[in-house]
Design a protein around this ligand. Structure first.
Ligand code: PLP
Length: 301
């Protein structure tokens, strides 16, 4: 683990390194693939999956100041930030994309944030889109926490988050040839790939439509490390129509995977990644004997 993460690690008692579990699945073995599950979903009960890795160094930097951050109405990042605020005792503000009236009563995810003491502030889509602009940010600061507030961008993906995710790669040295992860903002992949050993590769499955992610991941790597790596790839075929969209095939696949392996399969990210991996295995994308570690980044709500 990176040294800076240690004090926070102590406070939240995360399960680091996360467990790596082999899975017996003949649909993969038939194609020469040894499948392993990297159980980041078990790192912390209240900070789902990769969110602990992304927040750890940010929370240390915030050092107890109010944390102001952004997300959609079902954001795992907002939930994780709110939980950290409750557990470590600092104020949190969540700027939520959406209309407050339409969001009341709060959905289970936002209700969890509120119960953890997060102040929720709803903004319309136009304002939300401009959330990184200095005037919009200044107005938000003015209203919540002033200059003191520590701002974490949407999805939590800044340089400290990317740095935190390098540990995910490091934990897999010598244990996998390919590491697969579902991508939202791409921050996790950017860090994971940078933490891998020479010869290991990271494979990302974007869950959003648009094909913009490769550029953003390169930018995150430039910002964080001063250079972008060439040991990662994206496969854009498995977003199933976009964020939170699904298809009957994806649902059937996820139900079946849960039944085979008694693993609850998170549907917005993890299901798409596993489905993508199986398709690639069937296409013969992996040489005989390839060990593939699939990162389980979260659990169903
Ligand atoms: C946030 C999240 C991701 C995506 O992480 P990024 O760093 O934004 O790409 C993947 N899986 C789950 C379960 C998540 O909550």
């Amino acid at each position: 683990m990176t040294e800076e993460a240690l004090d926070l690690a102590d406070a939240l008692r995360p399960r680091i390194p996360s467990p790596l579990q082999p899975v017996e699945d003949e649909r993969f073995t038939r194609h020469g693939v040894r499948l392993l599950l990297k159980r980041d979903d078990l790192i912390h009960p209240a900070l789902p999956g990769n969110k602990w890795r992304k927040l750890a160094l940010n929370l240390r930097a915030a050092a107890g100041r109010p944390v102001l951050t952004f997300g959609g109405a079902y954001s795992n990042h907002l939930r994780a930030t709110a939980a950290a605020g409750r557990l470590l005792g600092f104020p949190t503000v969540g700027v939520v994309r959406g209309d407050e009236l339409a969001e009341r009563p709060l959905n289970p995810s936002l209700a969890r944030c509120a119960a953890d003491g997060m102040r929720l502030h709803f903004v319309d889509r136009a304002t939300y889109r401009r959330k990184a602009e200095p005037e919009v940010l200044a107005a938000l600061r003015e209203r919540f926490g002033g200059d003191d507030a520590y701002v974490v961008p949407e999805g939590g993906s800044n340089s400290l988050a990317v740095r935190g995710c390098t540990d995910l790669g490091r934990e897999l040295h010598g244990l996998a040839d390919v590491v697969a992860v579902a991508c939202g903002t791409g921050g996790t992949l950017a860090g994971l790939a940078a933490g891998l050993a020479p010869g290991q590769r990271a494979l990302g499955f974007p869950v959003l439509r648009g094909g913009f992610l490769a550029r953003e991941i390169r930018e995150l790597q430039y910002e964080t490390f001063g250079a972008a790596g060439d040991n990662w790839f994206l496969d854009d075929r498995f977003h199933c129509g976009g964020y939170a969209r699904t298809t009957p095939e994806l649902d059937a696949f996820a139900d079946d995977f849960e039944a085979r392996h008694r693993l609850p399969v998170e549907r917005l990210y993890v299901a798409k990644m596993l489905y993508g991996l199986l398709t690639l295995a069937e296409e013969g994308a992996f040489p005989e004997g390839t060990a593939v570690a699939a990162v389980v980044t979260g659990q169903p709500l």
